[in-house]
Design a protein around this ligand. Structure first.
Ligand SMILES: Nc1ncnc2c1ncn2[C@@H]1O[C@H](COP(=O)(O)OP(=O)(O)OP(=O)(O)O)[C@@H](O)[C@H]1O
Ligand SMILES: [Mg+2]
Length: 304
């Protein structure tokens, strides 16, 4: 006979231990839960992202809460619907847009969102030019985003014109709809850190409506190099050792000299894509190419 059910969480794993008087039965049941990593499928979806540990942990927490809430519901215990609206703060190329797109797919797989599509909007999509038009435009975007993620990049542009601007109306309309618990959509406001901070300061009460605030930190050199290797290998290319050194020293220089304009992983992507074109131009003159010729990007291909 099962006596108690114990739910515990240790190091990111949920162990549900059914305690039984017969100790070997307990072990069997225990093993079934402990050997399995419940976050496997989320890890898979994020496997192509280097770093971003805080975000990955947050998504695991959201998932665990949903599963445990379902179990609570089954046992007749009170369970609350999670509010999942998020704020993303980060410099250019730190992965805000790409992550938001991926979250839409993950939330759909986890049954958190009914459609899992991704709508990206900017000020012009929400703010109208005459009275009444803004609320209408904003509502229509929210309607389109139902069942998916509504991603508003450079969210501070909504507050650009101050109190009298129609952008204020767009913010109010968004807030009204995000509070409606029945709504099946997730709102993500994104932007650069400093501008986002100012935007939140100017709109007190906004920050508290977003239970998840994620800082997308600049990538360090090792992470940028890992991203470069990964971007190359996804395309079935590899960097030679010399090419890696050249890229590394370039990234050091860029990171220290152009802090404001450095575009993190996007800068790496542009370099890899350019190197692929440069390699093609180099190889087109050869009568025959080996597989290695076709795979390796050399220092000559890196136009840095
Ligand atoms: N952690 C990461 N691992 C691998 N690739 C990444 C990572 N972060 C970003 N990238 C890649 O870098 C490129 C730029 O990312 P993205 O457009 O999402 O950045 P962003 O933060 O939205 O930038 P912006 O603020 O300029 O809009 C994309 O090709 C993306 O796949
Ligand atoms: Mg972006």
């Amino acid at each position: 006979m099962l006596e108690t059910q114990k739910v515990s969480q240790q190091s990111g794993r949920i162990n549900i231990v059914l305690q039984n008087k017969k100790s070997d039965d307990t072990h069997k049941i225990k093993d079934r839960y402990i050997t399995k990593n419940p976050f496997n499928h989320i890890d898979d979806k994020f496997s192509s992202f280097v770093g971003l540990s805080k975000l990955k942990q947050t998504v695991n927490e959201i998932y665990a809460t949903i599963i445990i809430n379902k179990k609570r519901q089954e046992m007749g215990l009170f369970s609350t619907k999670q509010v999942l609206h998020m704020l993303f703060k980060g410099n250019p190329g730190t992965g805000k847009t790409t992550v938001a797109r991926q979250l839409a797919k993950i939330y759909y797989d986890l049954d958190i969102l009914s459609k899992g599509h991704f709508i990206e909007a900017e000020r012009a999509d929400l703010v109208g030019e005459y009275i009444g038009q803004t609320a209408q435009k904003t509502r229509s975007i929210i309607q389109k985003a139902m069942g998916g993620i509504l991603f508003i990049d450079e969210a501070y542009s909504l507050a650009r014109g101050g109190e009298k601007d129609f952008g204020k109306e767009a913010i109010d309309t968004l807030v009204k709809h995000m509070e409606d618990k029945q709504n099946d959509f997730v709102l993500i406001l994104a932007g650069y850190p400093y501008e986002m901070e100012r935007f939140l300061d100017q709109n007190p009460g906004l920050q508290s409506r977003f239970p998840f605030i994620i800082d997308f930190k600049d990538y360090n050199i090792n992470q940028l190099m890992e991203i470069a290797r990964q971007m190359a290998s996804e395309r079935e290319y590899q960097l030679t050792k010399e090419a890696e050194w050249k890229l590394k020293s370039y990234l050091y220089k860029q990171k220290s000299e152009s802090i404001q304009n450095f575009s993190n992983a996007r800068c790496v992507r542009n370099i890899i894509e350019h190197a692929i074109r440069m390699q093609a131009v180099r190889l087109i003159y050869l009568d025959e190419c080996t597989t290695d010729d076709l795979i390796y990007l050399t220092e000559k291909d890196l136009n840095l």
